[in-house]
Design a protein around this ligand. Sequence first.
Ligand code: PLP
Length: 423
Amino acid sequence: MTSTDLPMSDLTAQGDRAFKDYETLRAQGRSLDLTRGKPALEQLDISRELLTLPGDRWTASDGTDCRNYGGLKGLPELREIFAPVLQVPAERLLAVGNSSLELMHDCLVHALLSEVPGAARRWVDDERIAFLCPVPGYDRHFALCERFGMELISVPMTDEGPDMDVVERLVATDPAVKGIWCVPKYSNPTGVSYSDEVVERLASMPTAAPDFRIFWDNAYAVHHLTDEEVEIRDVLAASEAHGHPDRPLVFGSTSKITFAGAGVGFFGASQSNVDWLISKSSKRSIGPDKLNQLRHALFLQDSEGVRAHMLKQRALLQPKFELVQQILERELGGTGLARWTSPKGGYFITLQLVHGGASEVVRLAGEAGTALTPAGATHPYGVDPDDATIRIAPSYPSIEDLEHAVVSLAVCVRLVGYEQLLA
Ligand code: PLP
C-alpha cells in the first residue's frame, strides 16, 4: 500500500511522525553538504604519489622537454593511455589544460567567433542559436549556453539516453539547433548510459544545421560502481560511418580519476575539428602544462593502470552509493512519495518526488543543516517544471555524515509529501 491509498487518519499519523523527526534533526544542529560531486579526501589520497612525480625527470617519450613551451597537442604517452578510455584515436586526441569544462567553453566561444568545419558562417552571425539539453542534466553545461545567449531546449531523458524521437524532430526542422549536450556514460545526474541504438541515431540523424555538433562529455568513462563495466558505442566511429565525421566533439578529464582541478583535460574529434581547435587555441596558449601530463603518464602507466586505479576509487565510492540506496529504501520504500536511480557508475543518484515539492524539500533540509543542490539546477534556466528532481552527490561526505544527510533528506521528503497529501 502506498501513501495515496492510506486512510486519512494514517496519513495524519505519518505526517506527525515526519514533523517530529524533522524537529529532532533541527535540534541536532549539524551542518552537512551533499551539493557537488567532489571526490572525498580518501579518493584524493589514492593519487598521492603524483605529488612526488615526475621527480627529476622532464623528458617525454618523444624527447620533448616538458619544462619548456610548446607541444599544443599534449604528450603522446598520455594521449595513448586515454585514447581507448575515451574511444578516440591517439593522433586525434588532445591533452590540454586541467579541465574538460574549459575545453567545452572554448569550443563554444571559438564556434561563435570562427566558423567550425562545415559551417556557412560563424555562430555569432546567426540570429538564434539553440542547444538541446537532455533533462535532468548537468547544470554547468546549461550555464555555458546561457552565458553566451544560446537558447536551451529541454529533451526528456529515457533509460537509454535522450528521447531520440524528440531529438530527431527538433534537429531535422530547426537550423538554429546547433548542438546537443550528452553525458553518454553514467550520466550526470541520472546515471543512464546511452544504448547502442541511441548512439547510432545521434550519429546518423539528418540535421537542418550543416554545422551541428554533439558535445560528447564522457566525464565518467571509467567510473564504474559495479562489476558490470558498461561500454558504450564509439560515437566518432559511428558518425564517420554515417557520413558525419565532424559531428561529435569528445571531452573528458582526469578530474575524478586523480586530482579534481589538478588533472588533465582531453578533447577528441575528426581531424578537421582537431585542426580547427588547435589553430584557435594556438592564439590562446603556447602549450599546456606538460610536467603535469608527464607525472600523470608516469603514475597511470597505461589503460590497464587507469582501470586498476579506478578499482581503488570504486572501493571507496561503492559503499557510499549502497548506503544511500539502503537509507532511501528503508525511509521511503513503499511510501509512494519518491523514486530514485540505482546507478552502475558515475557520481550521482537522482531522487524524483512523485508529487513535486523539491524546492520545499531542499529548503527544509537546508534549514535542518543539510545543503542540497538547488532544486531545478538539473534543468535549463534552473526551472524544473515538475519541481520533482533532487540530485544527490554521495562522494564527498564521510559515511557517517552521509548517513545523517540522507536520513535528513528522507525526513524532509516525508514531511513535504504527507503535507501535500493532507492539504
Ligand atoms: N562534465 C560533467 C558531466 C561533470 O559532472 C563534471 C563535474 O562534475 C565536469 C564535466 C567537470 O569536469 P572538469 O573538471 O574536467 O572540468
